[in-house]
Design a protein around this ligand. Sequence first.
Ligand SMILES: Nc1nc2c(ncn2[C@@H]2O[C@H](COP(=O)(O)OP(=O)(O)OP(=O)(O)O)[C@@H](O)[C@H]2O)c(=O)[nH]1
Ligand SMILES: [Mg+2]
Length: 195
Amino acid sequence: MSFIHYSLREINCKIVYYGPGLCGKTSNIRYIYNNTSPESKGKLISIAPEKEHTLFFDFLPIFLGTLNGFTLKFHLYTVPGQIFYEASRKLILKGVDGIVFVADSQVERMDANIESMDNLRRNLLEQDVDVNYTPLTIQYNKRDLPNIIPVEEIDALLNFRGVPYYEAIAIKGEGVFESLKDITMQVITRLKTAL
Ligand SMILES: Nc1nc2c(ncn2[C@@H]2O[C@H](COP(=O)(O)OP(=O)(O)OP(=O)(O)O)[C@@H](O)[C@H]2O)c(=O)[nH]1
Ligand SMILES: [Mg+2]
C-alpha cells in the first residue's frame, strides 16, 4: 500500500520484481541502476553474495518527479526466485503496490514460470491481496536465447489476466524501462483516484 508522507510531501510506492530463479530480476534492477541519472536514484542494495542467485533481495529507490506537489518515490525490490526462499518472498511482498512478473522464455523453464505465478497468487492472498486487482506487468525475458517458446504461447500459459506484456533481453536493457514505465503508470493511475 502506498505510503503518503504529508509533512515531507512524499509518496512512496513499492514495486516487486517476481519470477522463478535466474529469470533475470536482478538484471532488470542492475540495468535500471546503471542507466538512471544520479539525481534520480538512491543506493542499490543487493544481498547476493553467492554466485548469481539473490539470497534475500535487491533494493533500489528511484525518484520519478511529482504528483499534485508530492515527490514520487518508487522502491524497487526483487525477490529471490529459488523455491526454498519462500519466507523471504513473503516478507518482501508485504505492502506491495505493483508487480513486474519476469518470466524466463526458455522452453525448459515453463514449469518454473507457472509455479512462480501460482506462488505469487498464493502469497498475495495470504496478505488479503487479490492478484486480479493488483497492478501487474509481465515481462518475457531472455528473448535472445535460441530455445525459447513463441511469445503467444508463453502468454497463453501465464497471462491469465491479459495484462500488458513486454518482450525483453534484460542484460541488454531491451524491454526493461518499458516494463518499469508500465507498472509505475498503473500504480500512479491508482494513486490518482485515491488522492
Ligand atoms: N541471455 C540472457 N541472459 C540473461 C538475460 N537476463 C538475465 N540473464 C542471465 O541470467 C542469469 C540470472 O540472472 P539474474 O538477473 O541474476 O536472475 P534472478 O531472476 O535475479 O535470479 P534469482 O536471484 O535466483 O531469483 C545471469 O547469468 C544473467 O546474466 C537475458 O535477457 N538474456
Ligand atoms: Mg536475483
